[in-house]
Design a protein around this ligand. Structure first.
Ligand code: AMP
Ligand code: ZN
Length: 466
């Protein structure tokens, strides 16, 4: 498995720290509003990567935080005349609903800043004790000059950064690139007690602390959107490596942006669609399929046309699945023919194609092509005369590869309306067997009125919504 490591700026063979185990940390959202389509990308991409690693036999510990202390949350709380926790609780719940809709597997841990305050204060104290941070009037700053590797992830040079610093210079800072670890309380804002006075943490420290607490000093994979490379991830490295004296993350993965008219979709620019708005038009799985249809490092443009095109592609896969599931239900339990055996040997190439794509820096775009190849193959080779074993093995192949991409096929048995329709069809079949034509026709008409079309085929009754 090769992956592109932002730290070394090249594709590298992936070797975990501990055999068969992967410790993975993904930066999560700031919970002050619904997530937008851009935020959905890291959710889907890093979940797909996790699924693939699990498919390969790794045991993945997956941590994604919620930033539940932030200026934007406080602002929203003030606007609504409520407190910060009410806002963050609400949007954590909504983010989890969206993640579930996108079929994102549950994280092993979802820590929140407000619940990790003691560990945050401990790490800041360690940084002060080691000479990497300094206190000024109730604020604590990280001394970027004290960390010789500062800039190694983003490739930025600290002196050049300082020369062109556009960051508003805080007169308390020794150097413009220094960043805040702890800030003193402001009137009306939530605060916690600390050795440096009442206040709250800066943004970057939380991820260093949570990664250490839930995964250890050195982790295998750290991931997030590419806007986080600098300064967030650069600062996480500076904090963790100075505090722990060890390498922080061995592989850094960053997804590209979802753009609108070639500009990053973001709340601050106002050019965004929340995921909720879009899923009132198209299903969650269409959005997931739209996202996995592109390579995770390439920018993707968001437009309704492209989303609908993804929906059509997904329908092709789902229709194929529906057809072969139907054929399987009625297929004969006979020996595979010689022709089927040869075809099956040949079908291995789809899995190989899929794995080759995913092993090459998780090329989900090519993996999706491999799934379409199976669909084509199934549509041509499976028919009413196919043996059960043959149909079953193609169906399993399709399902297992789609599962890695997070595409699930709804269980027809689970839907009560479908169950009722199928029960009526059974009743009609029984009536026909008993030559009770009047009853059979009555059921057919009743179904027709509900928009259900029946088609009598050699392998049973096929139905669709007309
Ligand atoms: P935020 O809540 O803005 O910190 O973002 C949460 C996650 O979404 C981070 O990993 C961001 O890098 C990522 N993200 C934000 N906007 C976009 C976008 N337009 N395209 C892709 N990823 C994004
Ligand atoms: Zn982070």
């Amino acid at each position: 498995m090769k992956l592109y490591n932002t730290l070394t700026k090249q594709k590298e063979e992936f070797v975990p720290l501990e055999e068969n185990k992967i410790k993975m940390y993904v930066c999560g959202p700031t919970v002050y509003d619904y997530i937008h389509i851009g935020n959905a990308r890291p959710y889907v991409i890093f979940d797909t990567i996790r699924r693939y690693m699990e498919y390969k036999g790794y045991e993945v510990t997956y941590v994604q935080n919620f930033t539940d202390v932030d200026d934007k949350i406080i602002k929203r709380a003030n606007e609504e005349n409520t407190d910060m926790n009410t806002i963050s609780e609400r949007y954590i719940k909504e983010a989890l609903t969206d993640a579930e809709g996108l079929n994102v597997k549950k994280s092993t841990y979802n820590p929140r800043v407000t619940q990790e305050m003691d560990s945050i204060i401990d790490m800041i104290q360690t940084l002060i004790d080691k000479g990497n941070a300094y206190v000024v009037d109730g604020s604590v700053f990280y001394d970027t000059k004290s960390f010789k590797d500062y800039g190694k992830l983003s490739g930025k040079n600290i002196d050049e950064l300082e020369a062109g610093a556009r960051i508003k210079v805080d007169e308390n800072k020794k150097n413009p690139m220094d960043f805040v670890l702890w800030k003193p309380k402001k009137p009306g804002e939530p605060f916690w007690k600390s050795p440096w006075g009442d206040g709250r943490p800066g943004w970057h420290i939380e991820c260093s602390v949570m990664a250490k607490k839930y995964l250890g000093d050195t982790i295998d994979i750290h991931a997030g959107g590419e806007d986080l490379i600098f300064p967030h991830h650069e600062n996480e490295i500076a904090q963790s490596e100075a505090a722990n004296g060890k390498q922080f993350a061995r592989y850094w993965l960053h997804n590209g942006f979802i753009n609108i008219d070639n500009e990053k979709m973001s709340k601050s620019k106002g050019n965004f669609f929340t995921l909720r708005e879009i899923v009132s038009e198209v299903a969650y799985d269409v959005i997931r399929f739209f996202i996995v249809s592109g390579h995770y490092r390439s920018p993707i443009n968001f437009s309704r046309e492209l989303v609908y095109a993804a929906g059509n592609g997904l329908d092709r896969i789902k229709n194929c699945h529906k057809n072969i599931s139907f054929i399987l239900k009625n297929a004969e339990n006979k020996d595979m023919s010689e022709e089927e055996k040869t075809l099956l040997l040949n079908s291995d190439k789809f899995r190989i194609m899929f794995e080759t794509a995913m092993d090459d820096d998780f090329n989900t775009a090519d993996a999706v092509t491999a799934v379409f190849e199976i669909v084509k193959f199934a549509n041509v080779t499976i028919n009413e005369n196919s043996s059960k074993a043959f149909v079953e093995s193609i169906l399993n192949e399709l399902e297992s590869l789609c599962d890695i991409l997070g595409i699930k096929f709804t269980d027809v048995q689970a839907d009560p309306e479908t169950q009722e329709i199928e029960a009526l069809i059974e009743e009609r079949q029984l009536a026909r067997k008993n030559k009770d034509w009047a009853k059979a026709d009555k059921i057919r008409d009743e179904l027709k009125q509900r928009g259900i079309i029946l088609e009598d085929t050699p392998s049973g009754v096929r139905w669709s919504r007309g």
